[in-house]
Design a protein around this ligand. Sequence first.
Ligand SMILES: Cc1cc2nc3c(=O)[nH]c(=O)nc-3n(C[C@H](O)[C@H](O)[C@H](O)COP(=O)(O)OP(=O)(O)OC[C@H]3O[C@@H](n4cnc5c(N)ncnc54)[C@H](O)[C@@H]3O)c2cc1C
Length: 385
Amino acid sequence: MDFELTDEQKMLKNTVARFADEQLAPLAPEIDDQARFPEENFKAMAQMGLLGITIPEKYGGSEADFVSAVIVMEELARGCVATANTWGAHSILCAENIYRNGTEAQRRKYLPDLISGSRIGALCITEPESGSDALSLRTHALKQGDQYVLNGTKMFITNGPNCDVTVVYAKTTPEAGQDGISAFIVESSFPGFSRGQPLKKMGVRGSPTSELIFENMEVPAANLLGEEDKGLRVLMSGLDRERIVYSIAPVGVAQAALDLAFAYARQRVQFGGPIIGFQMVQSTLAQIATEVQAARVLSYWAAARADTGQRVRLEASFAKLFGGQVGVRAVGEAIQIFGGYGFIKEYPIERMYRDVKGIEFGAGTNNIQKLIIIGELLKGMKPGL
Ligand SMILES: Cc1cc2nc3c(=O)[nH]c(=O)nc-3n(C[C@H](O)[C@H](O)[C@H](O)COP(=O)(O)OP(=O)(O)OC[C@H]3O[C@@H](n4cnc5c(N)ncnc54)[C@H](O)[C@@H]3O)c2cc1C
């Protein structure tokens, strides 16, 4: 068993860590305050080759393994989770999905622009009336000649306010339920596409979110992603990978909170000495550090198994459930170490407390992860260790 990163992975981690420390973290308070999309971060990620991290070089990607995608997500989230969320929606939920399920013509048409950052990507599953019960979606696609006509509304779409390309799930045969869903590549320039106002969120504010509204939207038949009525296959093809990537984001935030709490505890003096000298403060820090490392190992283990092509449904949900729980708990404990100062905006821990909650929901809530885990265990599936 080898828990070491390869030389390439270590180099990637150092590069993204430096970017997170030098550019993302200093800018994070401003993009949170203004709730603005960090154009400069997006362009920098394109230049660093992060937007198509797992996609083959022939489409402009970096052709790295999946563990590398987890490394990128962790380091981005440590610096600025809003930027990390935008990166995940663009690179993993949209671009990787088009690569995995697209025809050669679709790959050549969409991937180079997404990877160079000249177009912004998104993914549309959730609707106002269908969240966890995603397959009950109501958006409808009717084939008319050489195009489909889509009607419906998508909710909570990351990059919704500024996306150019999005993968959309819609019912092509509504009476067939989950076997009547299809996936489409939609461009924001298609007639009938419109956006709602950006949603005013508690956290992850630098990653704009909105509704997308489709009114008799005309989508060329050539933009069907995968086969008609086989959208469930498209959706399921990436869901475990998406869960693994999103499992590490709260861990990245928790690591940032731990580093800040550690430094603060060293310099904050009460009762004549730094508070890090008090055993109860030490206990809190030791507990956070342990949980963060345990969650990190779970995510990397799941990613390494995905890289070998093994089924990772159970591993992905273990990592997603635990990563989210540890993130929220760790940042909550870290803020406690700051006392009253943790509650004011001058200290970044206040933002992290709001942000970490916001990335817990994506790719299925904690309850949904528990349902998947128990479903797998009932089927007799066993974790790979
Ligand atoms: C910041 C942010 C960004 C997002 N980005 C995207 C995106 O880019 N694209 C996209 O498609 N979606 C996106 N989402 C949507 C996200 O995936 C959903 O919020 C999530 O799936 C939950 O759906 P819901 O909010 O409708 O909650 P609901 O499904 O209404 O759930 C409400 C509560 O009921 C619980 N619950 C539901 N069903 C069960 C059950 N069977 N058993 C036990 N408990 C249950 C849930 O766990 C939850 O606690 C985003 C959400 C947020 C907050």
